[in-house]
Design a protein around this ligand. Structure first.
Ligand SMILES: [Zn+2]
Ligand SMILES: [Zn+2]
Length: 152
């Protein structure tokens, strides 16, 4: 799933469960480790932990999106948008959002050192070790992978 597809998914979830449009931007954040997502009060954008974009975490991803949208809509409506607020607790329960970041082993996992992006479909591949991009292609579309970030 790339950023455009994620944007569409968030907009759909917003209309379906909150009956209100999401009119701001969603960004993928691959550096998040302990949180699934984050809502930014200043410009109302949402960031989603890129690790949850993999196909097998779809249910977790939806729970995370609902959680961030709960912050988003309550904040824009001038209601209690923080975790401790009753408005937040009630709305989160109503839409079935996740209360905690699902544990997919991110805390225990080795640090991600290399980030590759498919040049064709935009899928992100976080990797601990360097990979040979002449030998490995995107698992979804067979596109070429390119190193976009190296940390150390
Ligand atoms: Zn939260
Ligand atoms: Zn691809």
């Amino acid at each position: 799933m790339n950023e455009n597809e994620l944007q569409t998914l968030v907009e759909q979830i917003s209309l379906t469960y909150f009956k209100r449009p999401f009119n701001h931007q969603v960004k993928i954040n691959n550096r998040m480790r302990t949180t699934g997502g984050r809502y930014f009060l200043k410009d109302h954008h949402i960031e989603i932990n890129g690790h949850f974009l993999a196909e097998n975490y779809r249910q977790d991803l939806i729970g995370i999106i609902k959680h961030e949208l709960t912050h988003y809509h309550l904040h824009l409506l001038g209601k209690g948008y923080q975790h401790r607020n009753t408005d937040f607790k009630n709305l989160l329960k109503q839409v079935g959002g996740s209360r905690y970041t699902p544990d997919i082993g991110l805390r225990r996992k080795a640090k991600i050192n290399y980030l590759y992006r498919c040049q064709n479909c935009g899928l992100i591949y976080p990797r601990v070790r360097k990979i040979n991009t002449r030998r490995y292609y995107c698992g979804k579309c067979r596109g070429e992978l390119r190193l976009i970030e190296k940390s150390n």
